[in-house]
Each structure stands twice: as structure tokens, then as C-alpha cells.
Design a binder for this molecule. Structure first.
Ligand SMILES: *Cc1c(COP(=O)(O)O)cnc(C)c1O
Length: 381
């Protein structure tokens, strides 16, 4: 599949040539651990053992590389497995990482509770301000970690500007592209060195699989990541890879609807008397709306807001919602609502990443926008 094709075409075809044996138009689920060798070391197509490589996973990995415009994609058992593999590839004891002041709670927990035990240092910066990132750099800063849009406050980081800051200091820029997906934003083309995904979210898109991915355009780094993926072993299984590929085929059409519905939800919330603040990069009032408009095709399906009346009022809105299902995760076709302070971001309590107690986060699905607005109105009371 030529890289000249447009995104929608690559999403359906990249890495997915019809099966050479049967012509099956969808890559089969190669539910297998090992492969017959034609004489010792005589591997067919390079397949030896499914931790090292599996044809269904290869199809997904080629697809991911094409969608992000990278040289190599790697698929993992979860987003956090991908992050862990990346960090232990990039860092040795004494190294330092700059992490954002707004990020997925599990990413923060991985740094603060796990990676730090191996002698890696981290500090927090407001990555929406390139000068703050520059000020946070240390002699042994090896990576700057960015999430844009961020979880749960929908902060925006100027990827090209922060790439320049990181590269001047000899550090790599890692972008968690989970909220945007490569349909809306391609960080490698803006200067990022590695893209991270929780494919559990928009890539899979149907709340039926947990997975993660890394994509890079750097050949030497790709080789190191492939080595660590095999050496650490947190790979995506064949069925999970197949489900993720199936989800990706419709990514472009799903994202268009997620974005359109989220815009209508944001409009409703801005005008609602019980809502004190709305976080959505598509709003002109968002402090980095211009940067979002420059680096994203559209503004995504995630919307957060604060409720008048504080924490109890916010929890009540979550409990009263009906069509918006109360639950963690995001990026599926069904709309979800949650209270980050008590749910997804509970691990950030007392840290610089602590989220407001009156915050509600929505993952706006692709149901009828009118039905979604009606549910929010009744939940807000
Ligand atoms: C969910 C999520 C992760 C972690 O991915 P898992 O698949 O749950 O391990 C990382 N980053 C962001 C932005 C997420 O939303």
C-alpha cells in the first residue's frame, strides 16, 4: 500500500493485503504461539515465536505506522505497557523526564510510583507554555512527555514549538496522541520523536479491547523499541490486534461524528447556567484554540466541564445521566460520563496533577446529538 494514499484509504488497507494463502480480505487471527521451521533457522516470513512477531500483530503494526506517518509501529497489551516499554528503552538511572501538569492518571502513576523506583527523575511543567518546558530541562533530561489534548482538562501543547525546545537540549519529544488519534493530528510530522497510543480508546473505538501502541520515524530508535518489545514481552495478542484493526477501518467516519457531536455538547454547556467552565479546544475561548486549529484537523470528542455547587453537584450530574453511561475510559461509539477526581484521576490527589473536584468529563459518542443534549439537560437539572 503506497503511503501516497489518503488517511481514509490507508486506515482500511495499510498492512492488510489479502491473505497470500486464501485471499481473505481481512487478515486472519493467527491464534498461534510457534511456527514450523524449514530446517534449523529456516523461518517462513521471519516468524519464529509469537512474542517476537505474529502476522495479525504485524498487520496492525504496519497499519499504525502508515496512519501516523512513521517508519515502525509496535502494538502492546495496553497503553501503559507501551509507555513502560518506551520509558525503559529511553531511560537509565539518573536520567530525567519532564511530564505535563495535566495527564492521564495512569501515566502519572507510572512515573511517580513505578519508574521513579528505578532511579529515574521526573518533574512537572505546564507544557502548554514552551518557556515553562525549557525552564524544566536539566542536564540529564532525556525526554519531554506531552499529552495534547490532555486528559482531563483538554489542555493544548504546541507540538512543533516544544519539539524544538526538547531537541535543542538533546531530549526526545514523546506525544501521547490518544485523545486526537492520527486522523486529527500527526505528531511525527510536527517534530515528535515517538507517538504513544492507548488504542483502547478511539483507535479500537468500540469499548471491546485494551491495547497500546508506539510509533516512531527514527530507524535507530525503532530497532531499540523492537528489541525491548520482545525482551519485555508486553505484546498485543492476535485477537486483540484483530479487533483493533477492525476498529481502525472506521476511525475517520467515527471521528467526524465524535467531533460534530462534541461541538454541539460544548455549545450547550457554555450556555447552561449550572456550568461554570467548559474545557474544549474547539471553543474560541480556549486559551490555545489557535494552536489546536493549526495542528489538528478538528477538535475531538472529549469535553470537560465544572459544575456550580462543587464536588457533590458534579457527582450528582454523573449519577443522573442515563444515555451517557457512567464509566471510565473513552473513545468508544457510546457516550460516557465520569468524575475524574474520584475515578480516572484519583491517583493524582495531592500531586501537582490533581484535578478540580467539581469537574465532569464526557466522552461524546456517535449517538444522535439531539438525544445526547436532552440527556445532559436532564442530568444538569
Ligand atoms: C487510557 C489512557 C492511557 C492508558 O492506556 P491503557 O490502554 O488504559 O493502558 C494513556 N494515555 C491516555 C491519554 C489515556 O486516555
Amino acid at each position: 500500500m503506497s503511503d501516497q494514499h489518503s488517511f481514509e484509504t490507508l486506515a482500511i488497507h495499510a498492512g492488510q493485503e489479502p491473505d497470500p494463502l486464501t485471499g481473505a480480505v481481512v487478515p486472519p487471527i493467527y491464534q498461534v504461539s510457534t511456527y514450523k521451521q524449514d530446517g534449523v533457522g529456516g523461518l517462513r516470513g521471519g516468524y519464529e515465536y509469537s512474542r517476537s512477531a505474529n502476522p495479525t500483530r504485524t498487520a496492525l503494526e504496519e497499519n499504525l505506522a502508515a496512519l501516523e506517518g512513521g517508519r515502525r509501529g509496535l502494538a502492546f497489551a495496553s497503553g501503559l505497557a507501551a509507555e513502560d516499554t518506551l520509558l525503559r528503552t529511553l531511560l537509565t538511572p539518573g536520567d530525567h523526564v519532564v511530564i505535563p501538569d495535566d495527564a492521564y492518571g495512569g501515566t502519572f502513576r507510572l512515573f511517580a510510583k513505578v519508574i521513579s523506583r528505578w532511579g529515574v527523575e521526573w518533574s512537572v511543567a505546564d507544557t502548554s507554555d514552551p518557556a515553562a518546558v525549557r525552564a524544566a530541562l536539566r542536564p540529564r533530561t532525556k525526554a519531554v512527555w506531552v499529552e495534547t489534548p490532555s486528559n482531563p482538562l483538554l489542555g493544548i501543547t504546541d507540538i512543533a514549538a516544544v519539539a524544538e525546545v526538547a531537541h535543542q537540549a538533546g531530549a526526545r519529544l514523546v506525544v501521547d496522541n490518544t485523545f486526537a488519534s492520527p486522523y486529527l493530528q500527526q505528531p511525527l510530522s510536527l517534530g515528535a520523536d515517538v507517538v504513544v497510543h492507548s488504542t483502547t480508546k478511539y483507535m479500537g473505538g468500540h469499548s471491546d479491547v485494551v491495547g497500546g501502541a508506539l510509533i516512531t520515524a527514527d530507524a535507530a530508535l525503532a530497532e531499540e523499541l523492537v528489541y525491548h518489545q520482545n525482551a519485555m514481552g508486553a505484546v498485543a495478542g492476535p485477537f486483540d490486534a484483530w479487533l483493533t484493526l477492525r476498529g481502525i477501518k472506521t476511525l475517520a467516519v467515527r471521528m467526524d461524528r465524535h467531533c460534530a457531536n462534541a461541538e454541539r455538547v460544548a455549545e450547550l454547556l457554555v450556555a447552561h447556567p449550572k456550568v461554570t467552565e467548559v474545557y474544549y479546544p474547539g471553543l474560541e475561548s480556549h486559551p490555545l484554540h489557535e494552536v489546536a486549529a493549526k495542528q489538528m484537523r478538528a477538535f475531538g470528542g472529549m469535553v470537560s466541564f465544572r459544575v456550580a455547587g462543587g464536588e457533590e453537584a458534579a457527582v450528582e450530574v454523573c449519577n443522573r445521566a442515563e444515555l451517557f453511561t457512567l464509566g471510565e475510559s473513552l473513545g468508544g461509539v457510546e457516550s460516557l460520563i465520569e468524575h475524574p477526581g474520584r475515578m480516572t484521576h484519583a491517583s493524582t490527589a495531592g500531586s501537582p496533577l490533581e484535578v478540580p473536584a467539581d469537574l465532569v468529563r464526557l466522552s461524546v459518542g456517535i449517538e444522535s446529538a439531539d438525544d445526547l443534549l436532552a440527556d445532559l439537560k436532564q442530568a444538569l437539572g
